[in-house]
Design a protein around this ligand. Sequence first.
Ligand SMILES: NC(=O)c1ccc[n+]([C@@H]2O[C@H](COP(=O)([O-])OP(=O)(O)OC[C@H]3O[C@@H](n4cnc5c(N)ncnc54)[C@H](OP(=O)(O)O)[C@@H]3O)[C@@H](O)[C@H]2O)c1
Length: 285
Amino acid sequence: MNERTVRLKDGGLMPALGQGTWHMGDHKNTEGQEIESIRLGISLGMTLLDTAEMYGEGASERMLGKAIAPLRREELFLVSKVYPWNAGRDNIFKSCENSLKRLGTDYLDLYLLHWPGSVPLGETVECMERLVVDGKIARWGVSNFDTDDMEKLFSVPGGEKCAVNQVLYHLGSRGVEYGLLPWLRGHGVAMMAYCPVAQGGILGRQLLMDKTLNEIAGAHGITVIQLLLAFALRRQDVAAIPKAGTPQHTRENAKAGEIRLADAEWERIETAFPAPAHKVPLDIQ
Ligand SMILES: NC(=O)c1ccc[n+]([C@@H]2O[C@H](COP(=O)([O-])OP(=O)(O)OC[C@H]3O[C@@H](n4cnc5c(N)ncnc54)[C@H](OP(=O)(O)O)[C@@H]3O)[C@@H](O)[C@H]2O)c1
C-alpha cells in the first residue's frame, strides 16, 4: 500500500505515487480495462489522479469520472489542467466547470496551467485564486515551467502561491535536477514527474537495454520500468504519475513505491545515467 505523501506549501498532503491518464478514454473498446486499472491503482494507494481538459478533448476526464464514481471523493487527490489559451478570465471558469462536470465532482485538489502561454500570468494567477475562494479548486500550480518561467510567475502578485510544477522527469531525462528542482525546493514548490517510466521505454530505449539497470532490476526481481519509477520517487518532495492502461502494469507500478536499493546500487545508476552538470532546456512531451 502506497502511503507516502508530499507536503505542499499550504500544509496539504499529496500522494507521492499517482496515476496518469493521457490517451485513456480515447477508445470505447479499452475503456472498461482502463477503468479497472485506475480502480485497482486507487485500491493500492495510487490515489493521485492526473488528467487534463486536453486529453481526448475531455474523454480522459469522462473516463476518470466513471472510474471514481463509486469511490469516496475525499480519499482521492484529483488534478486537472487548463489549456494555456483558456487560462484567462474569459474562459478559465467555464473550463474548470466543464472539467468538474466530466469528472463528476465539485472540486479539484489541484488545477494546473498546462504549459506557458500568452495570457498574462498575473491574470491567470488572479483567476486561479478566485477558483480557490469559490471552492472549485483547493490549490493551483503549473506544468512545463522552466526556471525562468517560474521566476516570471513569482514576480506577479500571488504567483508565489503556486503549489506544484509538473514536468517531464525520468532517469534518461534528468535536466531538471541541475537548476529547476533546487529552485522549486528553495521556493516550497513540489515537483510532479510526468513520463516517469519514459513512456514504457519509448522515450529512452537505451534504458530498457542497459546492462546496469537490468542487473540491478534482476537482483531485486523487478522490471527495469519499476526501477525507473523507484528512481523518480526516490526524493521526498517529488511525486510521480505513471500511466498504465492495464491492471498488470498498474500492479507493478504500485509495488515500485516499496523498492529499496542499497546506496551502492544507486551509485552505479548515477554513474551510468548522471544528472547534467550544466543547464539544459526543459524536456517536454
Ligand atoms: N503536463 C504535461 O504536459 C504532461 C505530458 C505528458 C504526460 N503527462 C501526464 O503524465 C502521465 C504519465 O506520462 P505518460 O503517460 O506520457 O508516460 P509514462 O507514464 O512514462 O508511460 C506510459 C506508458 O508506459 C507503459 N507502462 C506503464 N507502466 C508500465 C509497466 N509497469 N511496465 C511496462 N510498461 C508500462 C504504459 O503502457 P500501458 O498503458 O499499456 O499499461 C504506457 O504505454 C500522463 O498519462 C499524463 O497524465 C503530463
